[in-house]
Design a protein around this ligand. Structure first.
Ligand code: OOG
Ligand code: NI
Length: 430
C-alpha cells in the first residue's frame, strides 16, 4: 500500500524522506528516545491510513477482510459533533507482540446518511452506493477461505494482498454525472468523496515522526502545503497521546459518468504523527478538560493551559495518568530481590531500584484531532452543524461485533506485565 500510494501521490514520497531525515537526527541527538528495541524496529514500518465507507455492508465486509490480517476494530469515534457526517473505528493489531512487529492501523469511517437532510439526495446516495462492489470476487473468496479453513497458505496470502489492494486504489472515473457530483458536494464535500467513486480510496498514509515540530517546519521548507496547526497536545518533554499534522489534499482530475464532463476532486493527502504515552482514563479526562479550556481561550493558549499536565514520566506514573509496562531491571543479581515482598506496590518496587517502568505507546486516535484532519482536507467548506447523537450501537451492528475498548487493552497490557513481574519475584524470593 505504501508503494502504491507513493506511486500515485508523489508528495507522499517527499514526506517519507523528510520524516526519515528528521527521525535520524533525533536518534543521533537522543539515542534513548524510543522505549526499547521493539519500538526502534517498528519505527520504519510504522504507518496509519484512512478510508471512508458508504454502507453497513461495506463496513461489515471490511471487518472480515481486516481480520485476515490480524486487525481488529478498536475504539468508537463520533465525528458528527465536529460537523463531519461519519462515525469511525480504527482497525489494528491488539496484542503487544503483533503491535511490536507492525502496528499498521486503518482509521475507518462510515458515512451517516441519517445526517443528510434532503431526502432526494439521501436516496441518490443510497442508490449509487448500492450499485458498487468495493471488493473483487477473489478477495471475498479468499476471505471466506481464511474463515472456513482457519488460515491461508503462502500463495493464497500473496493473492489476498494483491486482490485487497485493489479496494484501496484511486479511481479517476466517477460513478455519477457531473450535476450529481455537484449536488452531493454542495451538501457536504465528504458525501461526494464517499458516494461518487467505485471504491474507498485510501485517502492518506501517515508515517511516525520523532519530532513533529521539526517535520512540520521541514514540510514548509520543502514547499509541501502543510496544515497551519498541529493537532493534539502541545510540545512537551514527555510526549503524550498523539500529535498530527498533514499536507493538504491534491486537486486530482476526475471524469464524470455518461460523458458529462471532466472536473477535479480533492481527497488524497499525506499526514505525519508523533506518538507518546498512552493515558489512563484519568489522564485522558485531564487531557480533554485542558483541550477544551485551550480551545475556549483561543489560538496560542494550548501550551499555557497544558502546564497543568505533569510533564515528567515519574510524576505521570505516580499520579496514575499514564500506562506503563513494568519489568525487572535487567542485569540485577538474583540476590537483589531476596526478601522483597512480591506483592508490594509497583511504585515501591520502582523506588527500590528493582523494577523499571516503560511507557506504553498510544496506538489509537483522538476525535477532536481527527475532525481537524478531516476539516483541513475538505477545503473551502463552510462549517456544518449536526444536531446528532453518537450512534455506537448502530455502528457496531453494521460492523457485526463490538469495538474493543482501547483503555481496557492498555490496562490489560499493564496488568499482565505486573503479574509476570510478581511471578518472577515470587520465584526469586522462594
Ligand atoms: C480520517 C481523518 C482522521 C486521523 O489521523 O485522525 C485521521 C479521514 O480523513 O478519513 O486519519
Ligand atoms: Ni490520519
Amino acid at each position: 500500500m505504501s508503494q502504491l500510494y507513493r506511486a500515485e501521490v508523489p508528495q507522499y514520497g517527499t514526506l517519507l524522506s523528510l520524516v526519515a531525515a528528521v527521525n535520524a537526527q533525533v536518534l543521533r541527538e537522543q539515542p534513548d528516545v524510543l522505549a526499547g528495541p521493539a519500538e526502534a524496529a517498528r519505527l520504519e514500518v510504522e504507518r496509519h491510513g484512512a478510508i471512508r465507507l458508504g454502507t453497513a455492508e461495506e463496513l461489515h465486509t471490511m471487518r472480515r477482510v481486516f481480520a485476515v490480517m490480524g486487525m481488529q476494530p478498536v475504539g468508537y469515534y463520533d465525528l458528527s459533533v465536529a460537523g463531519v457526517p461519519v462515525h469511525s473505528t480504527a482497525f489494528r493489531p491488539v496484542d503487544p507482540a503483533a503491535l511490536a512487529a507492525n502496528p499498521f492501523r486503518v482509521f475507518t469511517s462510515l458515512l451517516r446518511l441519517d445526517l443528510i437532510e434532503d431526502p432526494a439526495l439521501r436516496q441518490l446516495a443510497r442508490d449509487t452506493l448500492a450499485r458498487r462492489r468495493i471488493f473483487t470476487p477473489q478477495a471475498l473468496a479468499l476471505t471466506t477461505r481464511w474463515e472456513t479453513a482457519g488460515g491461508l497458505d503462502e500463495a493464497e496470502a500473496e493473492a489476498f494482498v494483491q486482490e485487497v489492494l485493489n479496494t484501496f486504489r484511486w479511481h479517476r472515473s466517477a460513478t455519477v454525472t457531473q450535476p450529481e457530483y455537484q449536488r452531493l458536494s454542495a451538501a457536504h464535500r465528504l458525501l461526494a468523496d464517499v458516494v461518487c467513486f467505485p471504491g474507498p480510496h485510501i485517502n492518506h498514509l501517515t508515517p511516525r515522526t520523532l519530532d513533529i515540530d521539526a517535520a512540520q517546519a521541514e514540510m514548509q521548507r520543502r514547499g509541501l502545503p502543510a496544515k497551519e496547526v498541529i493537532e493534539g497536545p502541545p510540545r512537551r518533554q514527555v510526549p503524550i497521546l498523539l500529535r498530527q499534522t498533514s499536507f493538504k489534499a491534491l486537486n486530482e482530475p476526475v471524469r464524470f459518468a455518461g460523458d458529462s464532463g471532466d472536473g477535479a476532486h480533492t481527497a488524497r493527502f499525506g499526514e505525519i504523527e508523533q506518538r507518546g504515552l498512552a493515558l489512563t482514563r484519568a489522564g485522558r479526562a485531564l487531557y480533554d478538560t485542558l483541550l477544551q479550556r485551550a480551545r475556549q481561550a483561543g489560538p496560542g493558549a494550548l501550551a499555557q493551559v497544558f502546564t497543568e499536565f505533569p510533564d515528567d514520566l515519574d510524576a505521570l506514573r505516580r499520579a496514575g495518568l499514564g500506562f506503563f509496562q513494568y519489568r525487572l531491571k535487567p542485569g540485577l543479581p538474583s540476590t537483589a530481590w531476596a526478601g522483597v515482598n512480591p506483592d508490594a506496590e509497583v511504585h515501591t518496587l520502582v523506588d527500590q531500584g528493582l523494577v523499571q517502568a516503560l511507557p506504553i505507546t498510544y496506538e489509537d486516535f483522538l476525535p477532536v484531532s481527527a475532525a481537524g484532519i478531516f476539516q483541513s482536507n475538505l477545503a473551502g467548506d463552510a462549517a456544518v452543524r449536526y444536531d446528532a447523537q453518537a450512534a455506537q450501537a448502530e455502528f457496531e451492528q453494521a460492523l457485526g461485533c463490538p469495538v474493543h475498548d482501547e483503555f481496557a487493552l492498555y490496562e490489560a497490557e499493564q496488568a499482565a506485565s505486573i503479574a509476570t513481574l510478581r511471578e518472577q519475584l515470587r520465584r526469586g524470593a522462594a
